[in-house]
Design a protein around this ligand. Structure first.
Ligand SMILES: [Cu+2]
Length: 638
């Protein structure tokens, strides 16, 4: 009865848009100057941290600075981005494959010994079941893995292990497996399955491959995190829809007071696969947890939880139950004891369910709509509250006897957020060594706190100083749709390159001097190797004819930072952008005659406007004599 009342109260609050924290929307006049100084980065000075935030269904990753919250760059990942020529040259087109969008949710920085090592940023694609790797030497996407076999709705991803051994992923959706098999959704419970995937990361190169998978019931897995310290080798996911509903989920998946969350021993999974205990499905070793004990456990958590976040000590795992007014704190030592002593409250499809009372340290009454929890490494937790529209700071265990008796005493502070925070990030929270200091609330609604840009509203991000006893709301900024999570990296913990050194360019079509550049023909294959240098292309004329297969490789021979050249080809949907020392290539079949200018799209010098040339596509039988004879240069250097 009590649960029903609570749920009804929450439903009412959602319907009315009540937000107990959100009533204060202004900043006190006296605080403004201090807050402005705290986030002010003077012209010529630099931010102290990178904020990498997911661009949701834009398919991209955005980089901002902290404390300024200024947007600094966009890293295109799953969608073409003409600004950097991404998705137009052959290499990035091949990475994108047949997809021109993705849904980026949870970025993960690579770690060594549970500390950010500044090498890679991994991001998931919920829509097309992929994972991408961004290299922090050049802040560019270098690999897109997927679609991952046997995985649909790669949402509970990408969670990295403490030495970047694996990216761990769990599915939001369930389907009949392997993919392509068809069954009636009315037979959901029997025919549909979810999956946990271990994506193996090469420790030297960061190259990813699918390692193994664990078959799960068709629950909708949600957010997860990985263990450290005492929970090293483990991973945790919440789920909603333990009801296994397949329609009207809004109602049918919120029936139970507790949903089963997953506790996965990924080292045991790795070992089981090495010992041949997996069977193959679509080329991937699949572990059936009913047949391989010790790999998967369930624990009931209230209610329709979202985040499941391991604290920096690795001892506490906090779940945010969207539809209950409390976070649930699991004690990992108790989890271990319950596993060892078989303190179970039953099983589901052969997987033991840990007894709730045996593993839960407490439920902290943080307020309405707790979603996601972060940590500062000083014993404090910060939970985003979607319904209350605020960030709540509370104290992790160990609690005093008085606090245990009344856990409202563990709630330390709350600060309004505008509005309806989804995720939040505290700097370094998912490592054993948080930086602390800054928290960014990623709010789902901005609701007109900015100049009017029409019906499509941006999201808002708010910077909160968490260094003191009380949180301080410092600044806000508006972000492209749609940040779901972020990572914060100290600027001094990464050393990006400023150019691509000439000596490291292994592209066979790279040209560095006029004598190497030019246009060659072999049958109907025409290859143009161009140099780009302030402020010309060499050659600046390419002759070919209708029916030719044209390859254009452009090398930016500059070795100076920020001396970038583009190559836009009129009416051919081509725009490559070459950073200093980079070679990019495109292939096209020429199917219309004409003279098509190409030009530098990225401003490079006072004579940038003059940086142009012509692709002359002759009709068959016309044009210079060597067009039809094959071999030799057509067009060329001056
Ligand atoms: Cu240029």
């Amino acid at each position: 009865m009590k649960a029903t009342i609570t749920l009804n109260a929450i439903a009412l609050a959602v319907a009315l848009g009540l937000s107990s924290c959100g009533k204060q929307t202004g900043t006190a006049q006296a605080d403004r100057a201090a807050n402005a100084l705290a986030s002010y980065v003077a012209p010529g000075e630099k931010d102290e941290y990178y904020l990498f935030y997911s661009g949701g269904h834009s398919g991209q990753v955005y980089v901002a600075g902290i404390p300024s919250l200024r947007h600094i760059s966009t890293i295109p990942v799953f969608a073409p981005y003409p600004g950097t020529g991404y998705g137009f040259d052959e290499e990035s087109k091949k990475m994108l494959g047949d997809f021109t969008w993705g849904d980026v949710h949870h970025p993960a920085l690579s770690q060594t010994n549970s500390k950010y090592d500044g090498r890679w940023l991994f991001v998931n694609d919920n829509a097309n079941n992929r994972i991408a790797r961004i290299d922090l030497r050049d802040f560019k996407t270098h690999q897109i893995l997927g679609p991952i076999p046997n995985s649909i709705g790669n949402h509970g991803s990408s969670f990295i292990t403490e030495n970047s051994e694996y990216i761990l992923c769990a599915t939001r959706f369930s389907v009949p497996l392997p993919k392509g098999r068809v069954a009636d959704p009315n037979d959901y419970e029997k025919e549909f399955n979810g999956m946990v995937s271990g994506i193996k990361v090469d420790p030297q190169t960061g190259e990813m491959k699918v390692g193994w998978q664990i078959l799960t019931p068709p629950f909708d897995w949600d957010l997860g995190s990985t263990g450290k310290g005492p929970s090293s080798g483990w991973a945790f996911w919440t789920s909603y829809n333990t009801e296994m509903a397949h329609d009207t989920l809004e109602v049918n998946s919120t029936q139970k007071d507790r949903d089963l969350c997953a506790i996965v021993n990924w080292r045991a999974a790795e070992k089981a696969v090495a010992e041949g205990k997996a069977s193959m499905m679509d080329g991937v070793p699949i572990i059936d947890p009913a047949k391989v004990p010790g790999v998967l456990y369930f624990v009931p958590i209230g209610k329709s939880p979202h985040g499941m976040d391991v604290d920096p000590s690795g001892k506490w795992v906090v779940a945010g139950g969207k539809l209950q007014p409390a976070t649930t704190v699991l004690n990992f030592e108790k989890v271990q004891a319950a596993i060892n002593n078989k303190t179970f409250e039953g099983e589901f499809r052969g997987v033991p369910i840990l007894k709730y009372e045996a593993v839960v340290e407490g439920e902290v009454p943080v307020g309405l709509g707790p979603l996601h929890t972060q940590y500062d490494g000083k014993g404090n937790a910060y939970t985003s509250m979607f319904i209350d529209s605020c960030i709540v700071k509370w104290k992790l265990p160990p609690w005093t006897d008085a606090e245990k008796k009344d856990l409202t005493k563990a709630v330390l502070d709350r600060v309004p957020a505008h509005f309806s925070t989804g995720h939040l990030v505290v700097a370094g929270s998912d490592t054993a060594h948080p930086y602390g200091k800054w928290c960014v609330a990623m709010n789902k609604l901005s609701a007109g706190r900015h100049i009017n840009v029409g019906p499509s509203q941006p999201e808002s991000s708010q910077l909160i100083d968490v260094s003191g006893d009380k949180m301080k709301m410092i600044a806000e900024a508006y972000t492209e749709p749609e940040p779901h999570f972020a990572q914060i990296l100290k600027v001094t913990d990464v050393q990006p390159n400023e150019i691509y050194p000439k000596g490291e360019n292994k592209d066979p079509n790279a040209v560095w001097e006029k004598a190497q550049s030019g246009v060659t023909r072999n049958g109907n294959q025409v290859t143009a190797r161009l140099m780009a240098i302030r402020s010309r292309y060499n050659p600046d004329r390419i002759d070919a004819q209708v029916g030719d297969e044209l390859t254009v490789a452009v090398t930016n021979v500059e070795q100076t930072r920020d001396m970038i050249h583009g190559f836009g080809l009129i009416e051919h949907n081509i725009n490559m952008v070459m950073d200093p020392g980079e070679t990019k290539t495109f292939h096209i079949k020429l199917n219309k005659p004409g003279v098509f200018p190409f030009y530098c799209t990225n401003f490079c010098s006072a004579l940038h406007q003059e940086m142009q040339g012509y692709l002359v596509v002759w009709k068959p039988g016309e044009g210079p004599s060597n067009l039809s004879t094959g071999g030799g240069a057509t067009g060329g250097g001056k």
